[in-house]
Design a protein around this ligand. Structure first.
Ligand code: IMP
Ligand code: MG
Length: 187
């Protein structure tokens, strides 16, 4: 697996430090607000599990699965809910936990859907923010790192379901993407 990596963009220690800071801010901002965190599957699970252990106030947790139609590196904006949340969010202070906001299409769709269920407040915490790729203007109240226009993997983020288990954020060698695309086209 590691031979596929071209470069490490954000090392483990840096992620750890930043996640700690985010947890501290969320703990302060949501003090006495009993936030309800909604983790977007599957990419945000690693971030979520580290983040909530840095949150020292009462909170609750739910999960939502979305899949976007389109290629593996490009979001189409057409989304399918593969798993809905289990608990009602009406009147709750909801915080969406995402791995990355790229074009913003996924988050914008999710925000509309969740807003219709009348939460008291709705904010987002994303590990990564690719501002240069934005197609729709969508608020991201908390984020770990702004990154350049590169497709990244690791710390929950995948390429064709692989590399989620890397402990850092990295960029794959171009031939790895090419090889997967060729394989895909043959199938
Ligand atoms: P958006 O709708 O374009 O903002 O994309 C959101 C989703 O696309 C994320 O939740 C990721 O699953 C995926 N995605 C976008 N950029 C990357 C990347 O660089 N690496 C891995 N997944 C990505
Ligand atoms: Mg993905």
């Amino acid at each position: 697996m590691e031979q596929d990596i071209q470069k490490i963009l954000i090392p483990e220690e840096e992620i750890k430090k930043r996640v700690k800071e985010l947890g501290k801010r969320i703990s302060e901002d949501y003090k006495d607000k009993f936030p309800h965190l909604i983790c977007i599957l599957k990419g945000a699970t690693i971030f979520l599990s580290d983040l909530i252990r840095e949150v020292n106030i009462h909170m609750s947790l739910d999960f939502m699965g979305v899949s976007s139609y389109g290629s593996s590196t490009e979001s189409s904006g057409i989304l399918k809910i593969t798993k809905d949340i289990d608990q009602p969010i009406e009147g709750r202070n909801v915080l969406i936990v995402e791995d990355i906001v790229d074009t913003g299409l996924t988050l914008s769709y999710l925000r509309k859907l969740l807003t219709s269920r009348k939460p008291k407040s709705l904010k987002t915490c994303a590990l990564l923010n690719k501002k240069v790729r934005r197609k729709v203007d969508v608020p991201v109240e908390y984020y770990g790192f702004e990154i350049p226009d590169e497709f990244v993997v690791g710390y929950g983020l995948d390429f064709n379901e692989k590399y989620r288990n890397l402990p850092y954020i990295s960029v794959l060698k171009p031939e790895v993407y090419m090889y997967e695309v060729m394989k895909y086209e043959k199938e």
